[in-house]
Design a protein around this ligand. Structure first.
Ligand code: FES
Length: 174
């Protein structure tokens, strides 16, 4: 019988369980739930996103209700609740960025990539999402690439240059 991909994407491998145990060991034994964010990050690193099945697996492991894990996953937009493209682009549209054309940057990005906000390009390269304040308001409008790299002052030209650079980086090397 063929494996259900969602079930496969929730199975905790031995090495993931070892990583979980390492995180849990940082807290007193009666506070293992404090490792929930770290465990979800481990799941996302392994599978690319946190499925509902994975939330249940984490909840089981930590001895907490699945809804409490789900509240964490949905509170922080660095956790992907579904598969995303190779490059996840989060455009800040909170007020300071909004006042400096954050919405325009988002609109330009969506048009350039032919996706709706929240969508992923057909080639699986880019996912475009809105985000809450990224803590770099002085550089508005800003964008975060793959939850790690902040890019500032996103004019249309800079958005275009970023897309070109990332698309080139994704090309297989000859
Ligand atoms: S409002 Fe965009 S970084 Fe703060």
């Amino acid at each position: 019988m063929k494996d259900d991909p969602k079930a496969a994407a929730s199975r905790l491998s031995e090495s993931m369980k070892q990583d979980f145990a390492r995180e849990v060991a940082k807290y007193p034994p009666d506070q293992r739930q404090s490792a929930v964010m770290a465990c979800l990050a481990i799941v996302q690193k392994e599978f690319g996103y946190v499925s509902q099945e994975s939330e249940i697996a984490v909840a089981d492991y930590l001895g907490m209700p699945p809804i409490a894990v789900h509240e964490v996953t949905t509170f922080y937009n660095m956790y992907n609740q579904q598969p995303v493209g190779k490059f996840k682009l989060n455009v800040c549209t909170n007020l300071p960025c909004q006042l400096r054309d954050g919405e325009r940057a988002l609109d330009h990005l969506c048009k350039r990539l032919h996706v709706e906000e929240g969508g992923t390009t057909a080639d699986g390269l880019f996912t475009v999402q809105k985000s809450e304040c990224l803590g770099a308001c002085a550089d508005a409008p800003v964008m975060l690439v793959n939850d790690r790299q902040m890019v500032s002052f996103m004019s249309n030209d800079r958005v275009d240059a970023l897309i070109d650079t990332l698309a080139t980086a994704a090309q297989p090397t000859k």
